[in-house]
Design a protein around this ligand. Structure first.
Ligand code: HEC
Ligand code: HEC
Length: 327
């Protein structure tokens, strides 16, 4: 096997595994499969079990005198540094934030934000190293996260299960959507995905008004679904987007230009190549101009440069690109 094959093959195997796993999880979600694990109880007790178990929160946090980790803030009342337990602290921070924003920001919004977007507010004296708890290896589900929020609010706060579960605020809801989308995309981390996207895709694609124009605009792409998006990355030629077919132009001297046909008028044709160069050929000088539907202008070896984690991250990032009407 040559080097490319030995590199790509394991990648494809892992990706295939992820697909099977996603398919399996969706069956689980829709109740089509057998129940795999016990349902999480969205309650302070359910959250406590996750905090000290699967969530691994205890590896960085302690609660008062319980636990010994100090990498993250103590979630209980502890000495002079932590005069308030987490629920009461969240209420205080939320009040400060509401004043700053000039709009209502609740204690639940604060805790959910700490989990959904840890970098948004970094507690003074700590590094921005709070774990992305809905991404591997922790991979908490939305239900598990709600349970943890209930546990933290119950530590000295005003526990309001409606605000956590049944009737969340608009802000909390948008964090929840982010978590579900990331979980559905195999637990990728959308924040890291944005960076991978920036490095590999922006030169050709526009997203929310920014980027290159060689490929289709990806604003709102999540509407096309996870399967479509992952296929577009792994096998671009499999489903060429209409209007972005690959043209092969051969001129009378036998020179070949491959790319998108971006202009066809006044006896001239423009072929835009993958690197953005535009070749203009007079129709009179053209020997043949054909569509090659086995090739995409989008490179099919992009996945070679991505790790499996990059790929999951990018999928979760693109799954967050909601069509306007759904935002
Ligand atoms: C790898 C270590 C690590 C793990 C694991 C971790 N955290 Fe954190 N967490 C931190 C650090 C460091 C901070 C402070 C920096 C910041 O605010 O982002 C923090 C901040 C927080 C805050 C804000 C605290 C405050 O005083 O405002 C909450 C809430 C939180 N974590 C909850 C959790 C929960 C719940 C879990 C488990 C599901 C968890 N963390 C897992 C390191 C971690
Ligand atoms: C060299 C330019 C180029 C690069 C780099 C590129 N693409 Fe593309 N992409 C295209 C073109 C051209 C198409 C349309 C042809 C096709 O469907 O394959 C396309 C199609 C797509 C589509 C289908 C869009 C739709 O609405 O049908 C998705 C999704 C996509 N690309 C994602 C990505 C991602 C993610 C990356 C980065 C990992 C990336 N592309 C990198 C050129 C590029």
């Amino acid at each position: 096997m040559n080097v490319t094959v030995t590199r790509v093959f394991p990648f494809l195997l892992i990706v295939l595994g992820i697909f099977l796993w996603i398919g399996y999880s969706i069956t689980e979600l829709t109740g089509g499969g057998r129940k795999a694990s016990a349902a999480v109880d969205i309650s302070p007790e359910g959250g406590e079990a996750i905090y000290w178990g699967k969530g691994r929160c205890f590896t960085c946090h302690s609660v008062g005198g319980q636990g010994s980790a100090v990498r993250g803030p103590n979630h209980g009342q502890f000495g002079e540094k932590f005069p308030f337990p987490m629920g009461a602290r969240a209420e205080k921070r939320a009040k400060e934030r509401s004043e700053k924003l000039g709009s209502n920001f609740s204690a639940v919004d604060y805790i959910v934000e700490s989990l959904a977007s840890p970098g948004a507010y970094v507690v003074q004296g700590y590094k921005n190293e709070m774990a992305v708890v809905y991404a591997p290896p922790i991979s908490l589900s939305l239900k598990e996260i709600k349970a943890v929020v209930a546990y933290l609010m119950s530590l000295g706060g005003d526990l309001d299960m409606e605000a956590i579960d049944t009737a969340p605020s608009e802000m909390t809801n948008s964090f929840y959507s982010k978590i579900s989308a990331a979980a559905a995309a195999g637990g990728g981390d959308p924040t890291a995905g944005a960076v991978v996207y920036e490095d590999n895709c922006t030169e050709c694609h526009t997203l929310n008004g920014e980027g290159g124009e060689i490929g289709p605009d990806l604003t709102g792409i999540s509407g096309k679904g996870l399967k479509f998006i992952s296929e577009s990355i792994l096998q671009p030629a499999k489903s060429l987007t209409k209007g972005f077919e690959t043209y092969v132009l051969i001129d009378k001297e036998g020179r070949q230009s491959i790319g998108l046909k971006t202009r066809d008028e006044a006896g001239e044709v423009d072929i835009t190549k993958a690197n953005g160069d535009v070749v203009t050929v007079a129709k009179a000088d053209t020997k043949s101009l054909k569509v090659d539907d086995t090739k995409s202008v989008m490179p099919d070896d992009l996945s070679e440069g991505l790790t499996v984690k990059d790929y999951q991250d990018i999928l979760s990032y693109l799954m967050l690109q909601k069509p306007k009407a759904e935002q």
